[in-house]
Design a binder for this molecule. Structure first.
Ligand SMILES: Nc1ncnc2c1ncn2[C@@H]1O[C@H](COP(=O)(O)OP(=O)(O)O)[C@@H](O)[C@H]1O
Ligand SMILES: [Mg+2]
Length: 452
């Protein structure tokens, strides 16, 4: 496909990034944190956990992206998130539709650090920025983006991992229309649990309380599947498929035929609260802007059979009490949408996660027939899940710090090769890192240089 996306300049595009992340934006990345190996080019954006800049690798002259994650040891959850992101990226980032992860930079003071810089391949923009630009998409664009997204999701699911935060801002796109998923901070391994042949009914590890707490935080509200909102005991890879459906709907609104001006584009389900999580607002469920009400206004209320499949008694009673309503006519919402796209959309936005289409099935859908390409359609090969086994354990901050230091050592090998990193205690790890840092980064005094 020709280069038809108007990309952002690699020198930063903060003016086009309108997500309110005031706290994150105040966090700065200083060139001295880049060991003299990179030159900062510009601010790209920020999410919930990181601030992202473009930078030039002074040796290879390659433009890269540096994501600085701060306050990593403030809470156990923050430390887990960083470790998870790095481990999952190492497992998956060789797929053409997953952002390329290069390395972790050594911190300035390896004995006392609370932020980390991750280096990625540079991608021109993301779908959030495109949706909020004046760009229009053709059906071919949408087919190609959805196809690539599904290839990535299928690959992630085949590795026994749920992304759990798919949304336009986490879908990166290049000017040549190649697409890469990013942001694996909320990803979750389900490899050790019941796995069916089609990957659809993976269950979370048997830790119901933990699942309950976690589910509250996963998936940005507008892209959150109903089973997550309804606190069902097990959720599956199907939660990602729901998010893909929400993204597909936003892509359809970008077709000129949809008669939707760029300023009027918005998420399909823009709820303002999320029963039953809105504990500060106990009557939120009756609010017409509540996430579930917004969803049912569009897809219709669930059938009796679907309600019975919900494994949570209070959620069942809530659903039974709803006034039945039919879903909208998708062609009225998206006139000009390819009927096959609408068919796929309705299969992605199926209330019952057991009946929702899987990534592998979606890739076979007739809407994507023209797109099939075996090089993208890959299954994850390694059966080795040991990299994510730590997720099953409840680790202290110090234990997590040790694991994070081991990740740092992987990218910043020591000058003393006889050291066995598996046997490193925390102090030794950081000491070795320190040595490695000064040995490998000859230009490390760039903080003092006048042009930094
Ligand atoms: N490799 C990349 N190339 C270009 N932009 C990126 C890249 N990685 C992230 N971004 C931009 O930075 C934003 C935040 O990055 P992300 O990894 O999602 O962090 P967070 O965990 O804070 O949400 C993304 O929404 C995207 O706009
Ligand atoms: Mg993000």
């Amino acid at each position: 496909m020709s280069a038809v996306i108007k990309s952002n300049s690699c020198r930063g595009n903060s003016d086009t990034f309108v997500q309110p992340r005031s706290l994150m934006k105040s966090i700065k990345l200083d060139e001295c944190e880049l060991n003299g190996k990179f030159k900062l080019l510009g601010y790209i954006g920020s999410g919930s956990y990181g601030v992202v800049y473009s930078a030039l690798d002074v040796v290879t002259r390659e433009i890269v992206v540096i994501k600085k994650i701060t306050n990593i040891f403030d809470t156990v959850n923050n430390a887990r998130r960083v470790l998870r992101e790095v481990k999952v990226l190492r497992m998956l980032s060789s797929h053409v539709n997953i952002v390329g992860f290069k390395r972790i930079l050594p911190p300035l003071d390896p004995n006392n650090f609370d932020s980390l810089c991750l280096v990625f391949e540079y991608v021109d923009t993301d779908l959030y920025k495109l949706i909020h630009s004046n760009q229009y998409f053709t059906n071919l664009h949408i087919q190609f983006f959805v196809y690539q997204m599904l290839c990535a999701v299928n690959y992630i699911h085949s590795a026994g991992i749920i992304h759990r935060d798919l949304k336009p801002a986490n879908v990166l796109v290049n000017a040549n229309c190649s697409l890469k998923l990013c942001d694996f901070g909320l990803a979750r391994s389900v490899i050790n649990s019941t796995q069916s042949s089609d990957n659809q009914v993976l269950e979370l590890p048997k830790a119901p309380l933990q699942c309950r707490t976690l589910s509250k935080h996963v998936v940005t509200r507008w892209y959150r599947a109903p089973e997550l909102i309804l606190l069902t005991n097990h959720y599956t890879t199907a939660v990602d498929m729901w998010s893909v459906g929400c993204i597909l709907a936003e892509l359809l609104s970008m077709q000129a035929e949809s008669n939707c001006r760029p300023v009027d584009r918005h998420p399909l389900f823009p709820g303002t609260s999320c029963f039953p999580f809105s504990a500060d607002e106990p009557s939120a469920y009756s609010d017409k802007f509540d996430q579930l009400n917004i969803i049912f206004n569009v897809i219709g209320t669930p059938s009796k059979e679907a309600i019975l499949s919900v494994d949570n008694a209070s959620s069942q009673s809530y659903l039974e009490a709803l006034k039945p309503q039919k879903g909208i006519d998708w062609f009225k919402r998206y006139p000009g949408a390819d009927p096959k796209a609408v068919d796929l959309l309705s299969k992605l936005l199926c209330f019952d996660p057991r009946k929702r289409i899987t990534a592998a099935e979606a890739l076979e859908h007739s809407y994507l027939k023209q797109m099939r390409n075996e090089t993208r359609f890959q299954m994850y090969k390694s059966a080795d899940s040991s990299d994510l086994d730590w997720e099953q354990e409840s680790l202290t901050k110090d234990q997590l710090k040790l694991l994070i230091c081991k990740e740092l050592l992987t990218d910043n090998p020591m000058s003393k090769p006889q050291a066995n990193k598996d046997e490193c205690k925390l102090g030794e790890s950081t000491q070795l890192l320190h040595t490695s840092f000064w040995t490998n980064c000859s230009n490390s005094n760039s903080c003092n240089s006048s042009d930094s």
